[in-house]
Design a protein around this ligand. Structure first.
Ligand SMILES: [Zn+2]
Length: 480
């Protein structure tokens, strides 16, 4: 009787928690205005990151703990010679259900687009993405440098969120593919493979999704990567992509500018998609921490290098035909960012400058996965096949949108397109939260089993000699 009630209580709690997991992220699905929709992009991404983080960090430890508790309660029951095979079976089913849930861990539905449509009128022919590795949004905007003093010559985002896990490779691949690591497959940086311990579901893999550099090359656009390491540069683009990878921030920016100078007429004829990766900020984060003046000055130095790039573009008379996007792959707290609670490290700066960009525009929110679709929109090419992000329309001048793309009502377009993407994030969030609830349910289930086992031992020991009773009380009394 009491056992049944307890069982029901657990089940009721479980059902209530699942209901909470479904209802909690729901308000993000129904934005009323385009401003709300932009804010929902950022919030839903942070929600999704946190759900993944909760699931990842409880899955293996709880399963191990549950197995140990189960062994313990089996031992107790064996001692009392009451082993109920039925409950064991139920638990096995539960464990199986959880493993099934966790292994089909890619939940979002990739949106496939048609193969190469004809190139549409581009908003600009040159797009350069600059990634300041490991740069927190608050430190970036709170430090004076070239970008903060030229902020309103471009547009920027109030909140811009990276993906999970909060390390370089998954996020850089998310920038170029426009989708989450759980879809493009590259879920870890090689350097963290040894450190991941129990995070068995995340691993370094070669991305399996198409990226915007491959698409741009299909349209005849010149594609160039200037990444801090060859191993990450090689993941981007195709055999026609020029790789100038390997180097610190200053040498990479100088290499990029040298390439632009040396290929001026080719760029003018074909257009350019370039990615420049500046690593010093991340190194200073790890060496000196996110509060240090060294970290701040590394970020300022890199932002000043962006100023150098923009001055070079302007001097060539390309300002009207170029867009420079500045962001980061992830933030950091203290000396680290890997597997930190996502809301502490997932907010990155986002600033955009160039001809079609509305000076002083501020969008409420966005995500790294929105960069690739936005770049496709600027260049007038299709977005990468697996892309789940959206075009950040409100970065651009309304007259440019109307004249070049025939977009007269940004408001309704944003509401319509963003809700699709928000639904994908919602499904992921709910499923990972439910996965987390199942893990916690498994834990309480096995704890309950152990408690019942101990009660049986205690009851039996009243009729037996007192020695084993004391022994068990002493040894296992703390487990509750
Ligand atoms: Zn790092």
């Amino acid at each position: 009787m009491l056992k049944n009630l307890l069982k029901n209580k657990l089940l009721i709690t479980f059902i209530a928690l699942i209901a909470i997991a479904i209802i909690l992220p729901m308000p993000l699905l129904f934005p009323a205005t385009s401003n709300d929709a932009e804010a929902a992009l950022a919030s839903s991404e942070e929600f999704r990151n946190s759900a993944l983080w909760l699931f990842d960090n409880t899955f293996v430890p709880v399963v191990v703990l549950a197995i140990l508790l189960e062994l313990f309660s089996l031992a107790l029951r064996r001692r009392a010679t009451i082993i109920k095979r039925t409950t064991t079976k139920k638990k096995a089913t539960l464990i199986l259900a959880m493993i099934v849930l966790s292994t089909c861990a890619t939940f979002a539905f990739p949106i496939s687009t048609a193969q190469n449509q004809a190139q549409q009128t581009p908003l600009a022919k040159i797009v350069i993405i600059v990634i300041l590795d490991g740069t927190r949004a608050d430190v970036f905007w709170g430090t004076s440098h070239w970008i903060t003093s030229h902020r309103d010559e471009g547009a920027w985002a109030r909140r811009f969120i990276c993906t999970y896990p909060t390390v370089t490779y998954p996020n850089i691949v998310s920038i170029v593919t426009g989708t989450w690591p759980q879809i493009h497959g590259c879920e870890l940086s090689p350097r963290y493979v040894k450190e991941r311990n129990y995070l068995i579901l995340r691993d370094y893999r070669t991305p399996r999704a198409e990226d915007i550099f491959e698409v741009a090359d299909n349209y005849g656009i010149l594609t160039v990567t200037v990444m801090a390491s060859y191993s990450i540069g090689s993941l981007i683009g195709d055999s026609n992509t020029t790789h100038l990878d390997g180097g610190d921030a200053r040498s990479n920016m100088e290499k990029a500018i040298r390439f632009i100078n040396e290929h001026k007429s080719e760029i003018e004829a074909r257009g350019l998609l370039m990615c420049i990766h500046l690593i010093d900020s991340d190194e200073y984060l790890h060496d000196f921490s996110s509060d240090s003046k060294e970290y701040k000055s590394a970020i300022a130095m890199e932002a000043n290098l962006v100023g150098m790039l923009i001055n070079n573009i302007t001097a060539k008379g390309w300002a009207n035909d170029s867009v420079v996007i500045v962001t980061a792959d992830h933030g950091g707290i203290g000396n680290a960012h890997f597997n930190r609670y996502p809301p502490l490290v997932d907010e990155v700066p986002f600033w955009v400058w160039g001809g079609p960009v509305l000076p002083g525009a501020v969008i409420n929110g966005g995500r790294l996965i929105d960069i690739a679709p936005t770049v496709a929109f600027i260049l007038g090419i299709r977005k990468p096949k697996e892309s789940t992000g959206v075009v950040l329309y409100k970065l651009f001048k309304p007259d440019v949108l109307e004249n070049l793309k025939g977009i007269s009502s940004v408001e309704s377009l944003v509401l319509e397109e963003y809700s699709n993407s928000l639904r994908g994030a919602y499904v992921d969030t709910v499923l990972y939260l439910c996965g987390f609830m199942v893990v916690m349910f498994l834990l309480s289930f096995t704890v309950r089993g152990a408690i019942i086992g101990m009660r049986i031992i205690r009851r039996l020991s009243r009729y037996a000699s007192p020695t084993p009773h004391r022994k068990y009380r002493y040894k296992y009394g703390g487990v509750k």
